[in-house]
Design a protein around this ligand. Structure first.
Ligand SMILES: N[C@@H](CCC(=O)N[C@@H](CS)C(=O)NCC(=O)O)C(=O)O
Length: 231
């Protein structure tokens, strides 16, 4: 029986843009596990299986409900130890935490200021008022104001990617010669923006762009097949 994944969708059911869900979709592909995704909208809290926190990703695996991307990755690693490892052992698991924290405290905040208005534009009609209100409360300004002048912030954002750039220009993946969950965490952030915004955050000649392209090619071009902008 395939694993069920509740996956954030926009107005178009196939436009999937949650960075946290992308981590898990890539992790499931890495493990070679069959998955059936259920498109879910921000305001459909009641449709999620219990227990949950009103957020996705949530998976159901043979009746077991797991929510939160980190808990899901740990669950998959423990539940399916004979399949390719997501972390490459305890040391890899520990170092993944650093990259996850960098992604969530530096990369995501940088990216959301480019793309939050585009998220609202792509959100389902029933989600738009909730999304606008909740995010404007969080930012203390309108979505338009958040994204205003985003071109001028691009050079500083690209400069902030130096640690990632220096890594992926010297090795194929963050995991080394082959990708690991740590790659999926960072990739999820770029795929989030790529799925809902035509604002290209990476220069074409950036080694980070080449790495993103390698990620898009994984699993027979799995991520590349989903609705998105750009290459
Ligand atoms: N810590 C959670 C974060 C999940 C999360 O924030 N998901 C977003 C979608 S990207 C969500 O479901 N938001 C619901 C809302 O804003 O109401 C994880 O790693 O899974």
């Amino acid at each position: 029986m395939p694993i069920t994944l509740y996956d954030l969708a926009g107005a178009e059911p196939e436009r999937r843009f949650s960075p946290f869900c992308w981590r898990i979709k890539m992790a499931l592909a890495h493990k070679g596990l069959a998955v059936e995704t259920i498109p879910w909208r921000f305001t459909e809290k009641d449709r999620l299986p219990q227990p949950n926190q009103g957020r996705v990703p949530v998976i159901v695996d043979n009746g077991t409900v797991v929510h939160d991307s980190t808990a899901i990755a740990d669950y998959l690693e423990a539940q399916y130890p004979d399949r390719p490892s997501l972390f490459g052992g305890a040391v890899g698991r520990a170092l993944t935490s650093f990259v996850q924290n960098w992604t969530e405290t530096v990369l995501h905040p940088g990216l959301i200021e480019f793309a939050v208005l585009d998220i609202w534009r792509h959100a389902a009609a029933q989600d738009q008022p909730y999304f606008r209100q909740s995010r404007e409360e969080r930012f203390g300004k309108t979505l338009e104001e958040v994204c205003n002048g985003r071109e001028t912030r691009l050079p500083a954002f690209r400069a902030s990617l130096a640690p990632l750039r220096r890594t992926v220009e010297r090795q194929q993946f963050l995991g080394g010669a082959a990708p690991l969950y740590v790659d999926y965490i960072v990739f999820g952030a770029f795929q989030w923006v790529r799925a809902i915004s035509d604002f290209e955050v990476l220069a074409a000649d950036d080694p980070v762009s080449a790495w993103r392209s390698r990620m898009l090619d994984l699993f027979g071009g799995f991520a590349r097949r989903h609705p998105a902008y750009g290459d």
